[in-house]
Design a protein around this ligand. Structure first.
Ligand SMILES: [Zn+2]
Length: 473
């Protein structure tokens, strides 16, 4: 009997509040090292933390979006450990009374739906960063004290593909509710993987925790590697050691970092500097009322507009795209037409594999104007595409360019008839082929007409006129 893989994910997501979790330092990525810190976030004696209410609000917002129960009594605790990026020698976190419990997300892999339960979402602070260079190791405390939510799943995930689907859904939700920018390359979304193997009907095996997973691809590869490694150890009669392992992306292997600690090793206790928070129904309801529409609701809206499920899903994969679509159809209400252009021409211009890098360098106003010109027949498709290239990354208005450059399509029947008659007379062989039923020759005539009109002829009209001429000659 083969091994069953059991995976639980711990996702850390930095919250995009203006200031840090317990002090007024700016919450900003990058910057000169050690310029965004103060006595509180560097743990100087006598400095006292003050909770950032926005961080609590953001954590609750995410909790509500994934169906968590909000704990109305919540406590911050000190997680005690020493590391040079943590000058206080403890991290303010939550153990017994996290802000959110339960909830979950539905994922789909190979057409199969599955619900992944969450254990909890709690609020904590980030640590600083160690920078290793030739002179040795340096420390930057800018990131210390940045608010994080840790989203802990139940061990419901059973494959690398499910783990990635879960992460994608989680990231999409974080972006929809607008609490994090989810930039993996900047570390604002990080993921640790707990993995163990067992046989059907037997208790879970000993798990290892993998760290240093900096992309979804790394998560996918690391899970496959680690599941195989554990199976090999177990098959030989060996034992899995409970430990933390570091993923080496270049080598495609995991390495033992340290034996894994349990929560009791951290000597958690309630932080005496922070009083427990009490959250009222009123406050929760207010956050609930302000929640933006999530992907599922938008998919429903789009299908009501006449879009297919597939189109609706394509548009809602990224909130940015969905917002863009909504903005365009406010100005030009042709959902299917707009959707085709976004999923075709716009996607071609974006790197859609990485959500965070998708940068639509064209305003909804410009796009609506371009599509209006095309839809009304003022310009043809070739010119519309050419214009898209021209205005991408600029603030040029399509209709102005059409006027300036005389790009409006030629729908003047008489003029086109003259041009086509000339082409027909010059190409008797192609005419014969077309008459013999070779429809491919049609493309030749349209091509020639486009050439003669600098690409501005109305292709539909060209076809109609050509058929008429051919019939008559
Ligand atoms: Zn500070």
């Amino acid at each position: 009997m083969s091994w069953k893989v059991v995976i639980g994910l711990e996702v850390h997501s930095e919250l995009s509040t203006n200031s840090k979790c317990f002090c007024s330092c700016k919450n900003k990525f990058g910057g000169e090292p050690n310029t965004n810190c103060c006595p509180v976030c560097t743990g100087m004696p006598g400095a006292l933390p003050v909770l950032n209410q926005k961080a609590v609000e953001y954590a609750i917002r995410m909790g509500l979006a994934v169906g968590c129960k909000i704990n109305q009594y919540s406590v911050f605790e000190r997680k005690n450990y020493y590391y040079p990026d943590l000058p206080k020698a403890y991290q303010i976190s939550q153990l017994e009374f996290p802000l959110c419990v339960g909830g979950g997300l539905e994922i789909e892999v190979d057409g199969k739906k599955k619900f992944i339960n969450l254990d909890r979402i709690h609020l904590e602070e980030d640590a600083g960063k160690l920078i290793h260079d030739v002179s040795g190791t340096l420390v930057d405390y800018n990131r210390g004290g940045v608010p994080l939510i840790e989203i802990v799943s139940k061990p419901d995930i059973s494959s690398a593909e499910e783990a990635v689907a879960y992460l994608e859904k989680l990231r999409s939700t974080l972006l929809y509710v607008g609490v994090s920018d989810c930039k993996m390359q900047e570390g604002s979304l990080r993921c640790d993987v707990n993995l163990s193997l067992h046989k059907e009907g037997e208790p879970f095996g000993t798990r290892t925790e993998m760290k240093n997973l900096n992309s979804f691809r790394a998560v996918l590869r690391a899970i496959k590697y680690e599941a195989k490694r554990q199976a090999e150890v177990l098959d030989k009669g060996g034992k899995i050691i409970q430990e933390t392992r570091r993923w080496d992306d270049e080598e495609g292997k995991t390495y033992s970092m340290r034996t894994k600690e349990d929560s009791q090793d951290y000597r958690y206790f309630p932080d005496p500097d922070l009083i427990p928070i009490k959250i009222t129904d009123e406050y929760i309801n207010k956050i609930k009322a302000d929640l933006p529409k999530l992907a599922n609701e938008r998919i429903e809206d789009y299908m009501n507009m006449g879009l297919s499920l597939k189109d609706a899903e394509l548009l809602t994969n990224q909130r940015k795209i969905s917002d863009y679509f909504d903005e365009i159809i406010k100005q030009f209400n042709q959902p299917k037409f707009v959707c085709n252009w976004i999923c075709g021409e716009v996607f071609k211009k974006l790197n859609t594999e990485t959500y965070e890098d998708a940068n639509i360098e064209l305003s909804a106003k410009q796009m609506a104007n371009l599509l209006q010109l095309y839809h009304s027949g003022t310009i043809n498709q070739a010119v519309a595409r050419q214009l898209l290239d021209e205005i991408w990354g600029t603030d040029l208005i399509p209709e102005n360019i059409v006027k300036e450059k005389g790009l409006a399509q030629i729908s003047d029947e008489k003029g086109l008839e003259e041009i086509l008659t000339k082409i027909v007379n010059e190409n008797p062989k192609a005419v014969a082929e077309l008459k013999a039923g070779n429809q491919k020759t049609m493309a030749f005539f349209i091509g020639q007409t486009m050439k003669a009109t600098n690409g501005k002829a109305n292709p539909k009209l060209v076809g109609e006129i050509l058929n008429k001429i051919i019939k008559e000659c």
